[in-house]
Design a binder for this molecule. Structure first.
Ligand code: NDP
Ligand code: HSE
Length: 429
């Protein structure tokens, strides 16, 4: 029998995920790892903070980049976050020093992934990031490795646990946006800057990583169209619900004749649609391609334990050996094929939420404005119980292009009877 390999870890970042990883390493006897792990060095900003785990046996390094190149480690685990600054610097330092790297940092991989992957290829080290997309769901590994024999045409789903938690809690408990976001932060789902979550940026980082893995697209974050949930109000969720829909933040990367388009936006799904049934911090990712058909993976997308388990999966892979290109294909083979879709895009049904003043003629001016732009109304719902300024009205249109409905919304916004900016959301088939 061959002797079991031992890897020495250096962990930079002892927040939600870092502490989760330390706990897992401390319980490694219960796991099925193909070797042994030792934590040699750890780093965080505050050395004195009580983190609820015993760190007394590990060396401490104030500077993550010093830790990254220390002779005392074999694997650098980056769990600090941030697309630049210490995260980027220390990962580069580790790779240049010949250390394997594991990171959960999607912002870093989306914005500098090609550069870091090339560096890792040149130095013959692992750069693994399974935790960066969908937390505990092993979708990175599945798309990169298991589906490398599949001609993928679409990857889509719910990729941000915080937003999904906010959207479901606001509906289920009636709580307001701010208090639910605070809960998501307390539960360890949100980024240290939660703007990244609610603006859709975090899901966009993840969607871009999936686009690189699924389509061999060269990463370019400026080619991702992003909208978040920060503009969604309880009223929108309530009106959508009354019409039999749920709002979800959906991310998608699709290959078509023009290349690969990648976008993130809130959209409405019928209550019986599988994505409408994904609640709380759960993520769901659907991969469609030939000859496999459609595969959906669902599971906890955020939080200490699930994310740490994904980091541990990557460390376990390093124990197994064989270094492969971080994105599956070598960086030299990634192609410039991401493109920003134009406004006309595929035709769709749209949900428009408007607040109209209670003056006579208000409804007539609204339907005239929509008719002028060729936006035809399929269903209309009024919520007289909502209170506040104006009467909330929700409309489902007949299918039309995005630029058509957006021009109509801009004209409606200028009507004297319109109290605030109309909300326009795509209704998914
Ligand atoms: N939370 C989650 O559910 C998930 C998170 N991720 C990713 O994992 C990474 C970590 O997330 P999370 O644990 O939630 O973040 P936290 O904010 O909880 O923790 C960040 C940690 O990094 C430390 N840190 C920050 N700057 C430095 C620095 N310059 N040098 C050394 N340490 C530093 C902080 O130190 P201190 O504690 O002293 O302030 C803290 O311990 C991020 O990239 C995130 O996007 C990925 C998937 C899921
Ligand atoms: N903030 C992220 C963490 C997991 O990547 C989320 O809520 O999904």
């Amino acid at each position: 029998m061959t002797e079991q390999k031992t890897l020495r870890l250096g962990i930079a970042g002892l927040g939600n995920v870092g502490v989760g990883l330390v706990k897992l390493v401390q319980q490694q006897d219960k796991l099925r790892l193909p070797g042994n792990l030792e934590i040699s060095l750890v780093s965080a900003r505050s050395r004195s903070r009580n983190r609820g785990v015993d760190l007394s046996g590990y060396g401490w390094e104030d500077d993550a980049a010093q830790l990254a190149k220390s002779d005392k480690i074999d694997v650098f685990v980056e769990l600090m976050g941030g697309s630049d600054g210490p995260a980027r610097h220390s990962v580069e330092t580790a790779i240049r020093a010949g250390k394997h790297v594991v990171t959960a940092n999607k912002a870093l991989m989306a914005e500098h992934g090609a550069h870091l992957a090339l560096l890792a290829e040149e130095h013959g080290v692992h750069l693994l990031f399974d935790a960066a997309v969908a937390g505990g769901v092993p979708i990175v590994r599945a798309v990169r490795d298991s589906f490398s024999g599949v001609d993928i045409h679409r990857v889509s789903g719910i990729l941000n646990g915080t937003c999904n938690y906010i959207l479901t809690q606001m509906l289920e408990t009636g709580a307001d946006y701010k208090s639910v976001l605070k809960e998501a932060q307390q539960l360890g789902y949100a980024e240290s800057d939660p703007y990244l979550d609610v603006s859709g940026m975090d899901a966009a980082h993840k969607a871009l990583i999936l686009a690189v893995l699924a389509f061999g697209a060269k990463p370019d974050f400026s080619k991702v169209r992003v909208a978040g949930v920060d503009q969604i109000e309880s009223l929108d969720i309530k009106l959508a619900n009354k019409m039999g829909y749920r709002i979800r933040l959906v991310a998608e990367a699709v290959q078509d004749e023009n290349g690969v388009r990648c976008h993130v936006a809130p959209a409405l799904f019928k209550v019986d649609h599988p994505l409408a049934q994904v609640t709380g911090p759960t993520n769901a990712v659907m991969v469609e391609g030939e000859p496999v058909g459609r595969v959906t993976m669902t599971g906890p997308g955020a939080g200490e334990g699930p994310t740490a388990s994904a980091v541990m999966g990557d460390i376990s892979r390093i124990l197994q050996g064989a270094v492969t290109a971080p994105f599956g294909l070598p960086v030299s083979q990634l192609e410039d094929k991401l493109y920003l879709s134009s406004g006309d895009g595929p035709r769709s049904v749209w949900f428009i939420r408007i607040r109209l003043s209670d003056k006579s003629g208000a409804m007539a001016s609204l339907s005239n404005a929509l008719a002028k732009c060729d936006v035809s109304i399929d269903l209309m719902q009024q919520d007289s119980s909502a209170g506040g300024d104006g009467s909330p009205i929700a409309i489902m249109t007949h299918p039309c292009a995005r630029n058509v409905v957006e021009s109509a919304a801009a004209i409606v916004a200028e009507l004297e009877a319109c109290v605030d900016k109309p909300r326009v959301l795509r209704v998914e088939a």
